[in-house]
Design a protein around this ligand. Structure first.
Ligand code: FAD
Ligand code: NAP
Length: 521
């Protein structure tokens, strides 16, 4: 990944030894860390070889630049000369060469989806792909015209999924004081956390997540509206209503002008991440190195992070935008768990471990109350439906891998009526590293269905609990069903090698893929 410093990286035993999806990072040469790269990009050196010119690149031209010392790659329509970056790429030169002289968007999405390559590679920008026209003149004209509530599909015809959910649509209507934008998702059981709405200046951006696709309404409104709006989701018919309040009681002739990707319906993996600035409200110590951060969403944002999903936090570090994923938690384990309700919760809580020599977390830790950090739309492939009929839920967490377990645990205890037992096995180095230990112990006393076991890899001599790393004997003793054939589900999260090893052991112990969820990036 682009934003991990190097130098004999990963160190033996480092939690970063294996990247997400099992990709190994390669050791980088001295002086080839991310910080070195940032310094080089700021040195004023011509990194494209084009002396600052931005050109249109044809497919034929792109194909010619397919060697290590002359390597162009297209990512989402933009072409970069990545040759100067080769030695700085933590995934190695060979990984970059897989996309040499070609469109690397898919490859990039697989491994780098959340990396802010625009910022990292901006000095390597050669130009844009010369696009072959795909829409007729009439279509273009329609796409540009002022919207009146009709649906110009032309911009997005190519994006229509051949299989999967039907293409949603939108419409709008008004009263004297309000304008309601309606999205017809054409899918039943749309939840309120599937809709993300941002109202910024005079633009409305509403994203509806429908299965693995997302539908976007993105409009510069024709008139001013108030900052506050409401979102209603009529679940059984899959209708979403966004009710905006007019600033002036005048009749609108049209809703506004389409903005980028308006009325598009594309696979979620191809949609870029959208960020809004959130204010840091509080920061409290949880352990010697882990803090609970609370950020506040802007008043004109509707966003709820679904159980088991994460967001990306973005900060500028020495002029470069650095992005890292974090899993929101509830404010505490002992407070009542509320399923996302409308109006949305305005606060997002995180438990974040600060690595003194890390790239992102020290910067995050330096933020003062009132400062801003950008928060993305949620991501992740955990499906809460997996918890629906579960009887025995087992949670295996290591270190901050505990974070996704918080909401899974609280959701299951609140909403899974079939649940008989939830057990957490929590792996840490020492007692001091255990996040929310006393809350976990209190919860176990309060709710008979819940139990917690701590396992330490570097305990003090006073520790008389379990010791070691994730292992078959530990797991087989722990994963005892409450009834012989009870429906079971296991969640696992921690350093990637821990998660990989845990999943391997679970398979060994005859758990099926359907019964396991491993949290990864
Ligand atoms: P990094 O720069 O990545 O460094 C991390 C560690 O690696 C440090 O110990 C550092 O010393 C070591 N390291 C870095 N470079 C080298 C090197 N050259 N040689 C040897 N060692 C090196 N974390 C949380 O705390 N809370 C969460 O809720 C959370 N949720 C996550 C959700 C997902 C989906 C994923 C994938 C990760 C999540 N993480 C979470 C981890 C988080 O994204 C970051 O990886 C973590 O915060 C470290 O970031 P950093 O930039 O500060 O550290
Ligand atoms: P840590 O304190 O370094 O380790 C926690 C425990 O895991 C320790 O007992 C440690 O043992 C053990 N461990 C480490 N590597 C292991 C391995 N290869 N095999 C077996 N056990 C191992 O953990 P951390 O610093 O909090 O890191 C948490 C990790 O979770 C990070 O990698 C983070 O990215 C990940 N995470 C992922 C998500 C997600 O959704 N995907 C969410 C949150 C966190 P030792 O004493 O031997 O090191």
């Amino acid at each position: 990944m682009l934003n991990v410093p190097s130098q004999a990286f990963p160190a033996p035993g480092s939690q970063q030894r294996v990247a997400s999806q099992g990709r190994s990072k390669v050791p980088l040469k001295q002086g080839r860390s991310l910080m070195d790269w940032i310094r080089l990009t700021k040195s004023g050196k011509d990194l494209t070889g084009l002396k600052g010119a931005i050109i249109e690149v044809t497919e034929e031209e792109l194909k010619k630049h397919n060697k290590k010392d002359d390597c162009w790659i297209c990512i989402r329509g933009l072409v970069y000369n990545v040759s100067p970056y080769m030695e700085y790429h933590p995934g190695g030169e060979d990984e970059l060469m897989r996309a040499a002289g070609a469109d690397g968007t898919d490859l990039f999405n697989e491994v780098h989806r959340w990396v802010n390559y625009e910022s990292m590679l901006k000095e390597c920008l050669v130009g844009r792909m010369a696009v072959k026209p795909t829409v007729s003149k009439a279509d273009c004209h329609e796409g540009k015209r002022v919207l009146n509530g009709m649906l110009p599909k032309s911009q997005v015809k190519d994006a229509l999924p051949r299989e999967g959910p039907s293409f949603p649509s939108y419409d709008w209507f008004q009263t004297e004081s309000s304008v309601t934008v309606v999205i017809y998702t054409k899918q039943k059981n749309i939840c309120s956390d599937s809709v993300i709405v941002d109202l910024q200046d005079d633009s409305l951006r509403a994203e509806a997540v429908i299965k693995d696709h997302c539908y976007l309404v993105h409009i510069r409104l024709s008139h001013e509206v108030q900052g506050k709006f409401s979102v209603q989701v009529i679940e059984n018919v899959g209708k979403i209503e966004i009710v905006l309040q007019k600033r002036e009681n005048v009749s609108w002739k049209c809703l506004g002008l389409p903005l980028e990707k308006h009325d598009s319906f594309i696979p979620k993996k191809d949609a870029g991440l959208y960020y809004r600035k959130c204010q840091l409200i509080s920061k409290e110590d949880v352990t010697h190195d882990t803090r609970r951060f609370c950020v506040m969403l802007p008043p004109s944002t509707h966003l709820q992070v679904p159980v088991g999903q994460h967001v990306y936090l973005k900060l500028s570090v020495t002029g470069a935008e650095i992005v890292k994923p974090y899993t929101p938690v509830s404010d505490s384990l002992l407070s009542d768990f509320k399923e996302p309700v409308l109006p949305p919760n305005k606060y997002i809580y995180f438990l974040i471990k600060i690595y003194p020599d890390g790239l992102f977390t020290p910067e995050l830790d330096r933020l003062q109350i009132g400062d801003f950090v950008s928060v993305s739309n949620p991501e992740g492939n955990f499906k809460v439906s997996k918890l629906q009929e579960v009887e025995d839920l087992f949670l295996l967490a290591a270190g901050t891998g505990f974070t996704p377990m918080v909401n899974v645990l609280k959701y299951a205890l609140t909403y899974t009526s079939s649940l008989r037992k939830v057990k957490l096995m929590f792996f840490n180095k020492t007692e001091d590293d255990i996040i929310w230990r006393s809350q976990l112990e209190k919860l176990a006393l309060k709710d008979k269905r819940f139990d917690v076991e701590f396992v330490l890899s570097a305990p003090s001599s006073e520790w008389n609990g379990k010791q070691g790393h994730v292992s078959r004997p530990l797991l087989s003793a722990f994963l005892q069903r409450s009834l012989e054939n009870s429906r079971v589900f296991v969640c696992i999260c921690g350093p990637p090698p821990f998660t990989d090893e845990g999943i391997r052991l679970l398979h060994d112990l005859s758990f099926s893929d359907d019964e396991i969820h491993g949290f990864t990036a």
